[in-house]
Design a protein around this ligand. Structure first.
Ligand code: PEP
Ligand code: MN
Length: 361
């Protein structure tokens, strides 16, 4: 449930509500929306819901106590009507600008990474990607260069100024990946690895959460809820395709998930057309489609010589193809950014926060 404080409620009144929530064994999370402090009550309430509601409603400074109908709370638009905007070095994600994460599937060598990094930066990428720890279907396939790749990524950041994103596959890797990388990526196979989600919820780095290839949008948002409720509000969602009966493409890109996620949550949404399709010639049209439906950006795999790549050879763009994609993507983004509706109207309809935040599109 949400406790909506009256406009002008004092610090003491807000603290009083939070202490009561803690005393009841729940966790309070507060957020100021449209001049009201709203406190989300998070935890397992069991049969105490109505008693708790009455107790909180009777406290000084409380205007209303409203149930949260959705299973996700802190990630919901109702709790946090305005868009989450994430700043990493010079990159800003979720403010209406076009985020482009680009780089090789796997970091294979310093030279391969630097050549790619220089080219994608020159073509307008805002974030450099590169796999260090690789989740491979076969245990006999290239597993990534590990910590050595993290060092190359850090060097590439120094060289280009681009923040770097890389996947963390297990809890024991979280500290070392957070030491070198600017954004931690949770891969599709780990979307419901709850101990990993909790661990990345405790580090001071934004996390990009890829949608599980068999996960519903609600399960994806519940996974994001694990990270946010563990203390890390800077979560980026990434739609990367789900498994269907179709076999021409590696996965099926669910573009409806983009406006849907924007409606349901305040978190930025990135689309990965590379893993979604598995085919390099499909990356450009789907990247354009993603931006047209309002995605905050794309993640694309790029390799100087894709045919020699140690992983995902068929879907990585050449440097020329990446430049060509950017030439198409930037005008699409310019054109659509003013055409999208206001995702906050849905929150207003639910009575919390109104339409007070800044519209993004
Ligand atoms: C990746 O981005 O490197 C990756 C392995 O993607 P996914 O988890 O979506 O398969
Ligand atoms: Mn890949």
């Amino acid at each position: 449930m949400f406790v909506v404080m009256a406009v002008g409620a004092s610090e003491a009144e807000i603290l009083g509500v939070k202490s009561q929530i803690l005393a009841e064994g729940m966790t309070p999370f507060d957020h100021v929306a449209n001049e009201h402090t709203v406190i989300a009550v998070v935890g397992e309430m069991g049969g105490r819901r109505s008693v708790l509601r009455e107790r909180l409603a009777a406290l000084p400074g409380v205007e209303d106590v409203t149930p949260i109908n959705r299973p996700f709370k802190l990630t919901s638009r109702e709790f946090h009507p305005e868009n989450t905007v994430i700043h990493v070095l010079d990159a800003v994600i979720g403010d209406g600008s076009l985020t482009v994460m680009a780089g090789p599937c796997s970091v294979e060598s310093r030279e391969q990474l630097f050549e790619t990094a220089d080219a994608v930066k020159a073509a307008g990428a805002t974030i450099l990607r590169g796999g260090a720890f690789k989740p491979r279907t076969s245990p006999y396939s290239f597993q990534g260069l590990g910590v050595q790749a993290l060092r190359y990524l850090a060097e590439a950041r120094e060289r280009t100024g681009l923040p770097v994103i890389t996947e963390v596959m297990e809890p024991s890797q979280v500290d070392v990946v957070a030491e070198y990388a600017d954004i931690l990526q949770i891969g599709t196979r780990n979307m419901q690895n709850y101990s990993l989600l909790r661990d990345v919820g405790r580090v001071a780095r934004p996390v990009m959460l890829k949608r599980g290839y068999g996960a519903t949008v609600e399960e994806w948002l519940m996974a994001a809820e694990y990270i946010v409720s563990s203390g890390n509000p800077n979560v980026i969602l990434c739609e990367r395709g789900i498994r269907t009966f179709e076999t021409y493409t590696r996965n099926t890109l669910d573009l409806a998930a983009v406006p849907l996620a924007h409606h349901l949550t305040h978190l930025p949404v990135i689309v990965d057309p590379s893993h979604a399709t598995g085919k390099r010639w499909l990356v450009k049209p789907l990247a354009m489609g993603a931006v047209a439906v309002g995605a905050d950006g794309v993640m694309v795999e790029v390799h100087p010589r894709p045919d020699e790549a140690l992983s995902d050879a068929e879907q990585q763009l050449t440097l020329d193809q990446f430049r060509d994609m950017m030439d198409a993507l930037v005008p699409v983004h310019e054109h659509v950014r003013s055409l999208h509706g206001d995702p906050m109207l849905s929150a207003a309809a639910l009575g919390i926060g109104g339409n007070g935040g800044l519209a993004r599109h």
